[in-house]
Design a protein around this ligand. Structure first.
Ligand code: MRU
Length: 352
């Protein structure tokens, strides 16, 4: 399986997700500014992939710094970090990736600068491996929640394309299938950027999974007709109380699932849990450009001059979530206790 994000010979290699499904194109990046640009323009997207890409961006930035002492090296590295942090605000994994690299640099401050650069390279590389392992582990754990013959609804893309590989929500689906269960997947198309139709349907079809695309407004009707047994979604940031930010429309799916007594599972690595935020009210929601709504492939589909809202994420309150699946186990309500027990971020980095 091709990795969505990788680090090969000092280059960050990503799949350009804006070209899928028409073309599978890899992009090689040598400059941290191009990493920031790839994140901003969503060539690379999805919370865990953003965490790893951000860390790799720091490694590239570190390589490019010409400094003889730690003080000047670290001050330039802070500029690199600031540029990467400023790309997208909601997925906490991005900040987790940057913070982990910056904390490592600080810990190594007594070493020669060249050695620090090498260590940062090594750490970023290990985060690529870690992410894939976490998804597989999460998939094995979460796969148990699904039954043979289930029809599963997912929203946006929380698949291999949103991580280094394998996926979180799609990791749970893959885990269930690998354990011998037969599943049918419904992929919400996920307006406005269509990650469900363009990416989820593409990657599941590549794997031979039985996947059907639906428009976002069809989910309720399918549930009412008894066609959905479970919903599995990813997350961009989970607050300490379990409130979960994910792609806009996830809240709608959760409300519909509740109304039809269908379980909804959130699947995410512990790097997506932000114990520093008490509730979802504190999560900053990214507002993206109106053109994502008003244009498709450069062609205007909305009347000129009418205002448009385009929040990229919404927050699903914890009480609507059946369980949160992580690589360290399954958290259930009350989430404040169960998530804290899983030792998520917000605890000192040295514990990882
Ligand atoms: O705007 P995107 O495409 O980065 O949003 C992605 C999502 O909302 C995913 O569901 C989330 O990041 C989880 S990915 C495993």
């Amino acid at each position: 399986m091709i990795r969505t994000v990788d680090y090969i010979d000092g280059r960050v290699v990503i799949i350009d997700q804006n070209r899928l499904p028409a073309e599978l194109k890899m992009v090689e990046i040598e400059d941290y500014r191009e990493v920031a640009e790839a994140i901003r323009t969503m060539k690379v997207r999805g919370a865990p992939a953003l965490g790893v890409t951000a860390a790799l961006g720091i490694a590239l930035g570190a390589r490019s710094i010409d400094a003889a002492d730690f003080g000047s090296f670290y001050s330039e590295l802070q500029n690199v970090a600031a540029e990467i942090r400023a790309t997208r605000p909601t997925a906490v994994n991005l900040f987790w990736g940057v913070d982990r690299m910056m904390a490592a640099a600080e810990r190594l401050q007594d070493r020669p600068v060249d050695e620090i650069k090498m260590e940062l390279d090594r750490l970023a590389r290990s985060m690529v491996e870690e992410d894939e392992d976490a998804c597989r582990q999460l998939g094995r754990i979460g796969g148990e929640l699904l039954s043979d013959g289930d029809s599963v609804l997912t929203h946006c893309n929380a698949g291999g394309l949103a991580c280094v590989g394998y996926g979180t929500a799609l990791g749970v689906i893959r885990g269930a299938i690998e354990s011998g269960k037969k599943l049918r997947v419904y992929a919400d198309e996920t307006r406005p950027r269509l990650q469900g139709m363009r990416l989820t349907a593409w990657e599941l079809a590549q794997d031979g999974v039985d996947v059907t695309i639906i428009a976002d407004n069809m989910a309720g009707s399918l549930m009412r007709r008894g066609k959905i047994d479970a919903c599995v979604v990813g997350a961009d940031r989970i607050a300490a109380n379990g409130d979960t930010a994910n792609k806009i429309g996830t809240y709608t799916v959760a409300v519909l699932a509740k109304a039809h007594s269908i379980p909804i599972y959130v699947a995410a690595p512990t790097s997506t849990v932000d114990l520093t935020l008490a509730s979802g009210d504190e999560i900053l929601i990214e507002e993206r450009s109106p053109e994502e709504m008003t244009h498709i492939e450069g062609c205007r589909i909305a009347p000129v001059g009418v205002p448009v809202l385009n929040p990229a994420f919404d927050v699903t309150p914890a009480e609507l979530i059946t369980a949160i699946v992580t690589e360290r186990g399954i958290a259930r309500a009350p989430y404040t206790e169960s998530l804290a027990r899983l030792r998520c971020i917000g605890t000192p980095l040295s514990r990882y």
